[in-house]
Design a protein around this ligand. Structure first.
Ligand code: GLU
Length: 428
């Protein structure tokens, strides 16, 4: 049987596995398998040539038992509702694992931003909010950047929402520019949080990060900063990086800052002087200490997991490893830092941004970095301790902590109780 690469089927399989392990109440389990609410929208956008194109978009609210839904919006040509459903569920688990007072949500628009002008992107961003504004808000659901969305897109979205309600509402989205209520430290937060947990994972394995060789698939916001911070903070050697156009390799190590400048100038990491070309597939199988899948979902599968040589897999992307690959990596003794933990630095600093927006206070870099490190360390140690105590892999352990917190919130809020009140026997 061929393995499913459908992200929502994978997210449900991950939950089913943990529900069986935890002996989760079947009613709670069924409710957590599905998003609580989803909105499908059609977005008419006037293009620069005067024609109107209609884009499909989604906002999925998976669970808000612990607080308002929280999660990014992706602009991607191959976006699907099932990917958005999976990503929304993963946000529920991520915010719970980090013990942030949020639930999980996610949005997506099927479009190719690389083929759109800034004014077309602005009209698309505003059209999206025009359709979803009724179900979002600082107390309901708080979007943020994700693949191919950025602070400028967040600013347009915040502005459009504010027009609808009639006053400025900075707390409706996070990842904004600093001038409209963004937080210092948000831009590199996902990578910085990942670097903190890779440092801890290295300690657990007795590896010196300053001697580590690192490969990174994906050189976007997360992968680019992961390369620079791994070099600058940990002193690791970055031997390979890639983007959608291909990868580059250097046995002596690349200067990630120079690669970033090259990418900003040429639009790709490929063709970086002095490096050899490498494919996106081969980068996953390099003989390195730390491998960061920092691009899209389902890249490490049953077909290639056996060839992964890294000692640590740091999942900066959401959902890069399939359940079959998970089993293979666990049996090989690879230390997987699961996405729920590895890339949680972004939403953690988004929480700090929302806190600043609703209190009107400003945090400085030192406070953001200190609090981020504290949150990442707490989640890391809870995950590792659970994995050890329950003899499970790190992803299962992270789920055990997260699902336990969400289930407890649903229980004390009486969610299952109120459904029972509606059951026929309760009425008799
Ligand atoms: N899109 C990021 C994620 O997947 C950040 C979400 C947020 O900041 O709300 O975690």
């Amino acid at each position: 049987m061929t393995e499913t690469l459908n992200p929502f089927a994978i997210a449900q399989a991950q939950l089913d596995h943990v529900a069986a392990h935890m002996k989760l109440d079947p009613g709670l389990h069924s409710l957590l398998r599905e998003p609580r609410r989803e909105l499908h929208v059609s977005l008419p956008v006037r293009m620069d040539d005067g024609t109107v194109r209609v884009f499909k978009g989604f906002r999925v609210q998976h669970n808000d038992a612990r607080g308002p839904c929280k999660g990014g919006i992706r602009f991607h040509p191959s976006e699907t509702i099932d990917a958005v459903r999976a990503l929304a569920a993963w946000m529920t688990w991520k915010t719970a694992l980090l013990d942030l007072p949020f639930g999980g949500g996610k949005g997506g628009v099927i479009c190719d931003p690389s083929l759109m002008s800034p004014s077309e992107l602005e009209r698309l961003s505003r059209a999206y909010i025009n359709e979803v504004w009724r179900i979002i808000g600082p107390e309901r659901d708080i979007p943020a950047p994700d693949i191919f969305t950025n602070p400028q897109v967040m600013s347009w979205m915040m502005d459009e929402y504010s027009k609808h309600v009639g006053y400025p509402v900075p707390g409706v989205v996070t990842g904004k520019p600093l001038s409209v209520g963004g937080s210092v430290g948000r831009e590199d937060a996902t990578a910085r949080g990942g670097v903190v947990v890779v440092r801890e994972a290295s300690r657990q394995l007795g590896l010196d990060p300053a001697q580590s060789r690192v490969a990174i698939q994906g050189f976007g916001n997360v992968g680019g900063f992961a390369a620079m911070l791994s070099k600058d903070i940990l002193g690791s050697d970055i031997v390979a990086v890639s983007d959608v156009y291909g990868g580059i390799y250097s046995a002596q190590g690349l200067d990630p800052h120079a690669v970033m400048r090259h990418r900003q100038k040429t639009g790709s990491v490929t063709g970086f002087p002095g490096a050899e070309p490498i494919t996106n597939e081969a980068i996953l199988e390099l003989d390195v200490d730390v491998l960061w899948p920092a691009a899209l979902e389902s890249v490490i599968t049953g077909a290639n997991a056996g060839r992964v040589k890294a000692k640590i897999v740091a999942e900066a992307a959401n959902g890069p490893t399939t359940p079959e690959a998970d089993r293979i990596l666990f049996e090989k003794g690879v230390f997987v830092v699961p996405d729920l933990l590895c890339n949680a630095g972004g939403v953690t600093v988004s929480h700090f941004e929302w806190v600043q927006n609703v209190t009107g206070l400003k945090w400085d870099d030192a406070q953001v970095h200190r609090e981020l490190e504290r949150k990442m360390l707490a989640a890391f140690h809870e995950t590792v301790a659970t994995a050890r105590a329950q003899k499970v892999d790190n992803r299962t352990a992270a789920y055990v902590v997260a699902v336990g917190r969400v289930a407890e919130a649903m229980r004390v809020r009486g969610w299952l109780q109120s459904y029972m009140c509606l059951a026929p026997e309760a009425k008799e």
